[in-house]
Write a protein that binds this ligand. Structure first.
Ligand code: PHE
Length: 435
């Protein structure tokens, strides 16, 4: 049986601080940039339906599993895998996948974060491109001019490392609380406004009128794959956040709330983006550039568009920062737990290495790395967690940490999901080559 933790690790100040920080990690560029282009290109409602089912069946149990690993051990991914497995090399190596995935993901995520900050700057100074030709050219210039990208990438990276270096309460929890609350209020307001636009009906139809024929195997795989990215699973983020939990917390409740916030944000962001796009008679299938190329000139043509654009890109920046913070935390806590290095040095040390490595993506296309790190590595990391929970942790340890009885039907279901169903689905995803 795995012994519960008693180390003097920093703890979250409050339950809601923890929930907001985890929701801050989940809610990110994925909800705007990735979700809207994937849904836009894959049948809208069909993609969304499969995505929601996948959050329920795979996302929530896996999130509980990650929190459990963190809470049970009081350690971050590698050290936790080491402790649970009794120092078995294979498991330690599997834990390292999460750290590597985080290292690589943050590099390109921060490049996109830099784009967002750059667009926020343009929106605030009223300089967003006014028509689609100018918008395509402006985005083309930004994404192909390394010197320009480096400036924004550096700024974004500094903000993220600055927050993480201040620790769990004074850094991560505090800034997530501020940024996430502002974010949720602004997004709700913007979605209500978007519903008054002429394209709102069409947007809702596109998002919620299900056509079962559009649910192809490819759509299913893409939607399941996106679940990991969107809920920040598979890199050890939720393990790290779970390791700062006090004893008394109901993990299933927290995981359901976090997943609902994340899915709601994706839907509200979809309503905002698709309503605007349809209002101008455009189609939402323009691919990855939808937020950066399609939207800016549309904002310019809307009444009060300058303010809407500023709010939109501020929201995106807040979402990107709180997610990037959580990704950096994985690498920083790895150094703290495994190598006993102080938080300050761990944070700035890992941030510098990630920054230098990530510079590659200011001069190269990120499609491939997003596929490998944001797709395959996350699924591999998630597979490792579900196997760890399903095959190496005794069910009575799980029952104790979840404060329930060993024969509770929900616990049994959770255990069996992690033991059989989730690994099978993940292996299908990995071998299908669609990630
Ligand atoms: N979940 C976050 C998003 O949707 C970011 C993230 C992706 C975090 C992958 C960790 C791993 O943008």
């Amino acid at each position: 049986m795995v012994k519960a933790v008693t180390n003097n690790r920093e703890r979250w100040q409050s339950k809601w601080g923890f929930i907001l920080a985890s929701a801050g990690s989940a809610v990110g560029l994925g909800n705007f940039w990735r979700f809207s282009y994937l849904a836009g290109m894959n049948g809208g409602a069909a993609f969304i339906l499969v995505y929601l089912v996948s959050v329920l069946v795979i996302g929530i149990p896996l999130m509980i599993a990650e929190f459990l690993v963190g809470k049970l051990t009081g350690l971050s991914i590698v050290s936790a895998f080491r402790k649970i497995s009794g120092n078995r090399k294979l498991w330690v190596a599997l834990g390292l996948i999460g750290v590597i995935a985080s290292f690589v993901t943050l590099g390109y995520y921060a490049v996109i974060g830099g784009w967002v900050v750059s667009y926020l700057g343009q929106a605030l100074s009223g300089n967003l491109p006014a028509d689609s030709v100018a918008s395509t050219a402006a985005f083309g210039l930004l994404s192909t001019t390394p010197a320009l990208q480096v400036v924004w990438y550096t700024l974004f990276s500094l903000i993220v490392a600055g927050i993480v270096s201040q620790g769990v309460r004074a850094g991560i929890e505090k800034y997530n609380r501020i940024l996430m609350l502002m974010f949720l209020v602004l997004l709700t307001g913007m979605a209500i406004y978007a519903l008054t636009l002429p394209g709102a009906r069409e947007a809702l139809g596109f998002m919620f009128k299900f056509d079962l024929n559009k649910i192809t195997p490819l759509v299913m795989l893409l939607a399941v794959g996106h679940t990991f990215f969107s809920l920040s699973l598979g890199t050890g983020i939720m393990i790290a956040y779970g390791s700062y939990l006090p004893k008394k917390i109901t993990l299933p409740f927290a995981s359901v709330v976090i997943s609902i916030i994340d899915a709601m944000v994706a839907l509200l962001a979809g309503i905002v983006i698709f309503s605007i796009v349809f209002s101008f008679g455009l189609l939402p299938d323009s691919g990855t550039g939808i937020a950066f190329v399609t939207l800016p000139p549309l904002f310019a043509a809307m009444p009060g568009g300058v303010y809407l654009a500023a709010i939109f890109f501020f929201m995106l920046a807040a979402a990107a920062i709180t997610s990037a913070v959580s990704i950096l935390e994985v690498v920083a806590t790895y150094l703290m737990d495994e190598w006993k290095i102080s938080r300050r040095i761990s944070t700035w040390g890992s941030a510098i290495f990630i920054y230098l490595f990530g510079l590659i993506w200011t001069a190269n296309d990120i499609t491939l790395v997003d596929k490998i790190a944001g797709g395959y590595l996350l699924v591999l990391g998630a597979l490792a967690v579900s196997l760890l929970i399903g095959w190496t942790v005794p069910i009575n340890s799980l029952a104790k940490t979840l404060q329930t009885k060993t024969n509770h039907p929900m616990l049994k279901g959770f255990y069996l999901l992690n033991r059989y169903l989730i690994p099978v689905i993940l292996i299908c995803l990995l071998v299908s080559g669609t990630l």
